[in-house]
Design a binder for this molecule. Structure first.
Ligand code: MG
Ligand code: MG
Length: 255
């Protein structure tokens, strides 16, 4: 069941996503050599609560933190830890969610830690552009498969691979609603895109093979070949006036 959103719902989803966007930027400003992913999680949780909001990930399915922090070959769902110390040349994907007025925001950004090599920089650039290509394909009367195709096409034309097992999603009063938004697929397939649809598009792109490994802690996901992986996520609303981005990377990129 896909819940289409009213204008008021979309305004609340904007507030939640805007706070998530600001949280990601704050976390980003604190990413440097020697910082632990646990410290980043504490900064995020305090900021979310100081703004009167509720972390969406904390306790979700038993997840123990407010951020997912996934370093290098870790794809998503990395658990913040005081043993995970960032070092120059790492990339760290930060995924964050928060509830405001009962509606959920959810976005992710992969940050470089100081200087990174060209291959990792290309991975970040391609993953983020794949997300924007997906957003461009999100139009009334297109289908979810058009988004999926656009993401996959861009990533694979840059000789990178698309994680299959984890997908984007509808979002509203629940963090994960229908429809699923895969990052691979065929044009013209899947549910029709209608005004009022709110979805998160979130490509997870690997430098090496697409294969991933699920770890025994029940959360950690890494690439099978231990090559790096990146993850960018934005939330968009389809409206009668076109597509609105409810979350943004502007706070991160225009410091
Ligand atoms: Mg998501
Ligand atoms: Mg997310």
């Amino acid at each position: 069941m896909i819940y289409l959103k009213s204008q008021e719902d979309i305004q609340n989803l904007f507030l939640a996503n805007d706070l998530v966007s600001k949280t990601l930027a704050l976390v980003g400003r604190n990413i440097k050599e020697g910082v632990t992913t646990k410290q980043l999680d504490t900064i995020a949780e305090e900021f979310i609560r100081d703004n009167g909001a509720v972390p969406a990930f904390l306790g979700y399915g038993g997840f123990p933190a407010s951020l997912c922090t996934s370093v290098n070959e870790s794809v998503v769902h990395g658990i913040p830890s005081d043993k995970c110390v960032l070092k120059p040349g790492d990339i760290v994907s930060i995924d964050c969610g928060a509830f405001v007025n009962g509606f959920c925001g959810d976005s992710a950004y992969t940050f470089p830690v100081e200087e990174i090599d060209q291959r990792k920089q290309a991975l970040l650039d391609v993953t983020k552009e794949a997300l924007y290509r997906g957003i461009q394909a999100a139009k009334v009367d297109n289908r979810i498969g058009d988004i999926s195709f656009a993401v996959q096409q861009y990533a694979e034309s840059n000789k990178m691979s698309v994680v299959r097992e984890l997908v984007g999603h509808g979002i509203g009063q629940q963090m994960h609603e229908e429809p699923q938004v895969p990052n691979y697929g065929r044009r013209g397939n899947g549910p029709k895109i209608k005004s009022g649809l709110v979805i998160c598009i979130e490509p997870m792109i690997n430098l090496g093979s697409k294969n991933i490994k699920f770890h025994q802690d029940g959360w950690t996901v890494t690439t099978a070949d231990k090559q790096p992986s990146a993850h960018f996520e934005l939330c968009i609303a389809i409206t009668d006036d076109g597509v609105k981005q409810l979350s943004t990377f502007e706070y991160i990129e225009n410091k």
